[in-house]
Design a protein around this ligand. Structure first.
Ligand code: 5IU
Length: 259
């Protein structure tokens, strides 16, 4: 396999402060693990974030599944992010016209733009989705990931759709810092590739999810960051599970650096 730049070298190449910060955290904490906190109460999420915090570069949320969302929750999560040094990624998957996503990003119960360092969007609506999100996010130094591929069986984000998504990202590099994908899609070292659908044990979930191992995600598919949900939070000992995924994914990255 081909030699790659280190996370530190890539951070130096990035223009966007969030991308720079993320690469810096990945290098200093030796973690290319993001944990997906798909839990439905704020207490469960905060407990998980505190337990896995030392092992992750990023915590991914789905705030619209939380039954007791509050401003206090955002404050506590932000404190944990600062203390443990991880970024917060709200997996909102914006997918509407620019004017609507602007409201969904800034307004409503969740006011996502005020606390999420990173969000993601589907390329489906066309560039307007990014133009809308950008008007809200750029001034707050927020960043966006474009969904170029999905992990689920039978998904339609393939072929020309994926290619057009990469082009859209290239044309909006002031806001788009990378992709949610299942493979490396761009040679631009500033773009971060994040891969969900990763588990150490288990091939699927009976609802279309498809899993690969951390090694396959990082070495074979060239992911920069692996995203792990149930593999960590369903484990009776999430801290130890997170440490296992952290070690597996970082060793895979180090293998790529030296082979
Ligand atoms: N997620 C995927 N696949 C995708 C995208 C997002 O699994 O293609 I885009 C999300 C869904 C869930 C997390 O929040 O990543 C994976 O959780 P598990 O590791 O529990 O399957």
């Amino acid at each position: 396999s081909r030699k790659i730049l280190s996370y530190r070298e890539r951070g130096d190449l990035c223009q966007h402060p969030v991308a720079k910060q993320l690469f810096g955290i990945m290098e200093s904490k030796k973690s290319n693990l993001a944990v997906s906190a798909d839990l439905c109460t704020t207490a469960q999420i905060l407990k998980l974030a505190d337990e896995v915090g030392p092992h992750i570069c990023m915590l991914k949320t789905h705030v619209d599944i939380i039954s007791d969302f509050s401003a206090e929750f955002v404050q506590s999560l932000t404190e944990l992010a600062n203390r443990h040094e991880f970024l917060i990624f709200e997996d909102r998957k914006f997918a509407d016209i620019g004017s609507t996503v602007q409201h969904q990003y800034r307004d409503g119960l969740f006011q996502i733009a005020d606390w999420a360092h990173l969000i993601n969007a589907h390329s489906l609506p066309g560039a307007g989705v990014l133009e809308g999100l950008k008007q809200v996010g750029l001034g707050k130094q927020r960043a966006c990931l474009l969904i170029a591929e999905m992990s689920s069986q039978g998904n339609l984000a393939t072929g020309e759709y994926t290619k057009a998504t990469v082009k859209m990202a290239e044309e909006h590099q002031d806001f788009v810092v990378g992709f949610i994908s299942q493979s490396q899609l761009s040679d631009n070292p500033a773009f971060i590739h994040m891969t969900p659908g990763v588990q150490l044990s288990g091939l699927g979930d009976g609802l279309g999810q498809q899993y690969v191992s951390p090694w396959d995600a990082v070495v074979t598919r060239r992911a920069d960051v692996i995203i792990v949900g149930r593999g960590v939070y369903k484990d009776p000992d999430p801290a130890t599970a997170a440490q296992s995924y952290q070690t597996a994914a970082f060793q895979a990255y180090q293998h790529r650096l030296t082979n």
